[in-house]
Design a protein around this ligand. Structure first.
Ligand SMILES: NC(=O)c1ccc[n+]([C@@H]2O[C@H](COP(=O)([O-])OP(=O)(O)OC[C@H]3O[C@@H](n4cnc5c(N)ncnc54)[C@H](OP(=O)(O)O)[C@@H]3O)[C@@H](O)[C@H]2O)c1
Length: 343
């Protein structure tokens, strides 16, 4: 029997991506779609701000949207709630016994909350033992952090990263439905995204940190400079990354490490799992959002244009689909790993 799941914030950009992934999922069945008062009582297809994909099942498109009421049929909850209200709602559900997989920033940096990219740090899941609630909260990182941390993790393991500089070019969908207007972004670049730079710095050092005997994280102290830009691209965040290592490296080895990076065998057959989460392109004009964001259904990050850096050791460009691998897709992958290990 499939496990019942609900989507909180189902009518937003990330929520809709959850619906697309979970509508015909082999392990999970959507039992509830929840959003704000604005959407309550409407059929899902009518509560959405845009048109619904014709591939979404009749049952899901006509499901009546609920508010985030205390009692839901589901056991797993996927949260794509606005950051201002997510914290309390997710905590209340965890207290009631639900397993909450969250995309929101509210609990990510808490001492007892795992911040997970499954292929990178699934072992951090044991941090939930320190949550005293009946249910648990498991988070995935910010969309840019997911791309960055997944991309640097394999080379960090070999050569130990000392410092990084990152410049992001982030898609408009990253700001949610009400984020950036067409008039603001058309023919423009906005050189600031509120709060984003600190999230990338803090989250990366938590994800790449080591779990200690108390099931807490000893965070890394990688020195990270970040500058974020919003650009007129619909989906797909590009990141120019400059890296300095602590030990000897070679370009041929870096490329090999990326292309050979694989998830643990035991998780390879999960529905959202992919054999190759990172693809390196030996081309200096790759990756590009239009060409590469949908690789492996948006779950694969792509890297290209690896070259020498004068002030660092190397530099490269990385691309992550912000609403799939950078949000809903990663959350669902977390849930699939959890389902496999804990049921
Ligand atoms: N967009 C991305 O690429 C991305 C990537 C990673 C993480 N995230 C994070 O994921 C979350 C969702 O982002 P988004 O871009 O999908 O935002 P969004 O498009 O603005 O959607 C927000 C959702 O929250 C619901 N909501 C707002 N107030 C509510 C309330 N009081 N009670 C219940 N539901 C409420 C909205 O419902 P109504 O439609 O009924 O108002 C909508 O479903 C945010 O925390 C964001 O930071 C986003």
């Amino acid at each position: 029997m499939k496990k019942k799941v609900a989507i909180l914030g189902a009518t937003g950009i990330v929520g809709y991506n959850f619906v697309k992934i979970l509508d015909k999922h082999p392990f999970f069945e959507i039992s509830e779609l929840c959003a704000s008062k604005r959407s309550k009582g409407k059929k899902y297809k009518d509560a959405l701000k845009g048109e619904i994909d014709t591939n979404i099942s009749y049952k899901t498109r006509n499901m009546i949207v609920k508010e985030c009421t205390p009692n839901l049929d589901a056991q797993y909850l996927f949260s794509a709630l606005s950051p201002d209200i997510a914290g309390k709602i997710e905590k209340d559900y965890a207290e009631k016994g639900y397993i909450v997989f969250s995309n929101a920033k509210s609990h990510r940096m808490k001492k007892n909350v795992p911040l997970i990219i499954p292929e990178v740090n699934w072992n951090h899941i044991s941090m939930i033992d320190n949550q005293k609630t009946k249910g648990k909260i498991i988070t995935n990182p910010n969309c840019s952090t997911i791309g960055l941390a997944l991309g640097i993790h394999p080379i960090d393991k070999y050569f130990e990263i000392e410092r990084i500089t990152v410049v992001t070019l982030q898609a408009v969908s990253g700001a949610g439905y009400s984020g950036v207007s067409h008039l603001q972004i058309n023919d423009n670049v906005i050189p600031h995204i509120e709060g984003e730079e600190n999230k990338i710095i803090n989250e990366t050092n938590k994800i790449l940190g080591n779990l200690n005997f108390n099931n807490e994280i000893n965070k890394r102290k990688i020195k990270i400079d970040v500058h974020c830009n919003r650009v007129p691209v619909s989906n797909g965040h590009s990141e120019s990354v400059f890296v300095k290592f602590k030990s000897n490296y070679s370009f041929s080895k870096i490329k090999k490490i990326w292309n050979n990076f694989k998830p643990e065998k035991r998780y390879l057959d999960l529905p959202s799992g992919i054999k190759q989460p990172i693809i390196y392109f030996d081309k200096n004009n790759y990756p590009q959002p239009k060409l590469h964001r949908n690789l492996a259904g948006g779950m694969c990050i792509s890297i290209g244009n690896l070259k020498k850096s004068v002030n660092f050791h190397c530099q490269f460009v990385l691309l992550v689909h912000n609403t799939v691998r950078g949000a809903a897709g990663s959350s669902v992958l977390n849930a699939e790993y959890y389902y496999r290990d804990f049921g």
